[in-house]
Design a protein around this ligand. Structure first.
Ligand code: GDP
Length: 203
């Protein structure tokens, strides 16, 4: 398989809700609880060290952080974008903040017309949490196109991996082939993810 070149991404803006986003032709969103490895994965697909750090600067952790691709969809002069959704499940977030957070993510996912795919990240080392399964259930029932990406492939011993993958898939009510297991740290399956992102965003 030909190596997929990194996806060129530049930070564009942060928006408080879906109504304040710049126009896009196509979008892929990254969703996951805090610490799942979302920033590391965005950096890995772009082959950048600190691109997604912007998403965790004070004041931006609860916003929709928008990155624009350096490539444009075929036959279009509009932008393809990646949207980093706020990490859910921060332990010490006050209740009133959490109360606006969920609806903000939900409104984005329900109302964003150019959204082609939401990547639901689950930690391959710890397996899907109740929050992850809640998110998955919600996107499934809302009819939102989604893919489950397991993270931190390198953290599980090689002898355990196929069993772990089967467990993650089963808890997500999927077949193992439906889960892409990546490692941002070791570059495992990053090419595969880049290739899928290009087809969702650019074809
Ligand atoms: P986020 O909160 O979802 O953006 O998660 P981060 O990308 O900041 O990652 C959370 C922690 O997991 C950090 O300590 C990362 O270094 C670590 N991490 C993320 N991806 C990987 C991976 O592929 N392998 C390993 N070993 N650690 C990872």
């Amino acid at each position: 398989m030909a190596r997929e070149t990194p996806i060129r991404l530049e930070f564009t803006t942060s928006a408080p809700d879906v109504d304040h986003l710049p126009p896009s032709v196509s979008e892929v969103a990254f969703a996951g609880r805090s610490n799942v490895g979302k920033s590391s994965l965005i950096n890995a697909v772009a082959n950048r060290k600190d691109l997604a750090q912007v998403s965790r600067t004070p004041g931006r952790t609860r916003l929709l952080n928008v990155f624009t691709l350096g490539e444009q969809p075929v036959g279009s002069d509009g932008a393809a974008r990646v949207v980093d959704l706020p990490g859910y499940g921060y332990a010490n977030v006050p209740k009133h903040v959490r109360a606006t957070w969920g609806p903000m993510i939900e409104n984005y996912l329900l109302d964003r017309e150019p959204l082609r795919m939401v990547l639901v990240l689950v930690d391959g080392e710890v397996g899907p949490t109740a929050l992850d399964l809640g998110m998955l259930d919600w996107v499934r029932h809302s009819g939102i196109p989604h893919s489950v990406i397991a993270t931190k492939h390198d953290k599980v011993r090689s002898a355990q991996r196929s069993k772990r993958k089967a467990e993650v898939a089963s808890r997500c009510e999927l077949e193992p082939r439906d889960v892409l297991w990546v490692s941002a740290a070791k570059g495992v399956n990053i090419d595969q993810l880049r290739s899928r992102m290009r087809s969702w965003l650019l074809d």
